[in-house]
Design a protein around this ligand. Structure first.
Ligand code: TYM
Length: 326
C-alpha cells in the first residue's frame, strides 16, 4: 500500500514562490510515490475577511496554478474542499474532543486575531480542527507543507491520538514533509514570511518583467550601503533565494562577489531574476493553455470530488459507528 498524502492551499490569490518551494515542490515529488490528494481549502478561506464575489475566481486561479506547476490529475486527486462535505462533518466530531485551550495557544490564531481584531470568529478558532479533519478523513500519513504549518500538524496528531485513545485505533498519526525552502521570506520585509495577502511575493505566473520589478527594490543586507562595501550574504534574503533557486557554482560566485564587493546587489538580483523567470517559463506557457480550457479543469475537479468522497465517506462511516452515531 502506498502512503496517503494530503495537503491544501487557501484560495487567497495566485500562488507565490513561497507556496511553491515550501510545499508544491514536495507535492510533485510525492505524487510519483504516494497516493496524493491536493485541495483548495475554501472553507478555511472564509475564516479571514474575503470577497464572496472573488471566491470562485480565486479558487479557479489556484487550481490552474496546481495544474500548471505539474500536479498531474492522472496521478493525484484534486479537490475543492467544500465539494467533499465529509471534511466539515468530521471536523464537528473532532471538535467535540478538542479542548479549547489547545486551540487558543495556536500561533496562527494569535497572529490572525492581532491582524483582524474585528473578525475574530469561531471558525478562526477551530481552523486547526477543520485542518485535522482534512488530513484525517483520508487517514493521511504525510502532509507536505511549509514550516508555518507545523503547529497545525502537531495539533492534528494530538487530535488523532486523542480520538484513537477514546474510541479505538482509527487514524494514523500524520507526519509533516518539509522542503529545504520551508520558509521563504518577504521581499519587502525579510523578517516576515512571503505571503499572498502581505505583499512582497513573486507569483509563479509573473512575467520576467514583473519578476524584475519586484526583485529590483527588494531588501538586501541592510549594512551594505554602497556598491564598494563588502556585503554579508548570510543575512541577505536575496542570497537565501539564490540558495534555493540557483546552480551551486552561481551560489558560490554571488556569495564571493558580495563578500569582496566585486559586484552590487542589482547584479546579484539580475542573476536571480533570470533563474526564477527560467524556472517558471514552462509554468507560464502551460497556464496560458489551461486558461483556454475551463471545461477540462471542471472535469478534473468533478472526478476528484467523486473519488475523494468515496474515500472520505468510508472513514466517516467508521467514525460514526465508533462514536455512537450509528
Ligand atoms: P496557506 O494557504 O497559507 O499556504 C499553502 C502552503 O504554502 C506554504 N507556504 C510557505 N512555505 C514557505 N515559505 C512561505 N513564505 C510560505 N507561505 C506559504 C504553507 O506552509 C502551506 O504548506 N492551513 C493551510 C491550508 C490547509 C492545509 C490543510 C494544509 C488547510 N487544511 C491540510 C495541509 C493539510 C494554509 O493556510 O496554507
Amino acid at each position: 500500500m502506498k502512503p496517503r498524502v494530503f495537503s491544501g492551499i487557501r484560495p487567497s490569490g495566485r500562488l507565490h514562490i513561497g507556496n511553491y518551494f515550501g510545499a508544491i515542490e514536495n507535492w510533485l515529488k510525492l505524487q510519483d510515490e504516494a497516493d496524493c490528494i491536493f485541495a483548495v481549502v475554501d472553507y478555511h478561506g472564509m475564516t479571514t475577511p474575503y470577497d464572496p464575489k472573488e471566491m470562485m475566481k480565486e479558487k479557479y486561479e489556484v487550481v490552474l496554478d496546481y495544474l500548471a506547476a505539474g500536479i498531474d490529475p492522472k496521478k493525484s486527486t484534486l479537490i475543492i474542499q467544500s465539494q467533499v462535505p465529509e471534511h466539515t462533518e468530521l471536523a464537528w466530531i473532532l471538535g467535540t474532543i478538542t479542548p479549547v485551550s489547545w486551540l487558543e495557544r495556536v500561533p496562527t490564531y494569535k497572529e490572525k486575531v492581532a491582524l483582524h481584531p474585528e473578525y475574530i470568529n469561531l471558525g478562526l478558532l477551530s481552523y486547526p480542527v477543520l485542518m485535522a479533519a482534512d488530513i484525517l478523513i483520508y487517514k493521511s500519513d504525510i502532509v507536505p507543507v511549509g514550516e508555518d504549518q507545523l503547529p497545525h500538524i502537531e495539533l492534528a496528531r494530538e487530535i488523532a491520538g486523542r480520538f484513537n485513545k477514546m474510541f479505538g485505533k482509527t487514524f494514523p498519526l500524520p507526519k509533516e514533509a518539509l522542503t529545504k525552502g520551508a520558509r521563504i521570506m518577504s521581499l519587502d520585509d525579510p523578517t516576515k514570511k512571503m505571503s499572498k495577502t502581505g505583499g512582497g511575493g513573486i507569483l509563479l505566473s509573473d512575467t520576467p518583467e514583473e519578476i524584475w520589478k519586484k526583485l529590483a527594490p527588494a531588501v538586501t543586507d541592510p549594512a551594505r550601503k554602497t556598491i564598494n562595501d563588502p556585503g554579508n550574504p548570510e543575512i541577505c534574503n536575496i542570497y537565501s533565494l539564490h540558495k534555493i533557486m540557483s546552480l551551486p557554482e552561481q551560489i558560490k560566485m554571488v556569495a564571493d562577489s558580495c563578500r569582496h564587493a566585486k559586484f552590487g546587489c542589482l547584479e546579484c538580483k539580475k542573476i536571480l531574476a533570470k533563474n526564477i523567470a527560467d524556472e517558471f517559463e514552462d509554468f507560464r506557457k502551460k497556464r496560458k493553455e489551461l486558461e483556454k480550457d475551463p471545461e477540462r479543469v471542471q472535469k478534473i475537479l468533478r472526478v476528484g470530488a467523486e473519488k475523494a468522497r468515496q474515500l472520505a465517506s468510508e472513514t466517516l462511516a467508521e467514525v460514526k459507528k465508533k462514536t455512537g452515531l450509528g
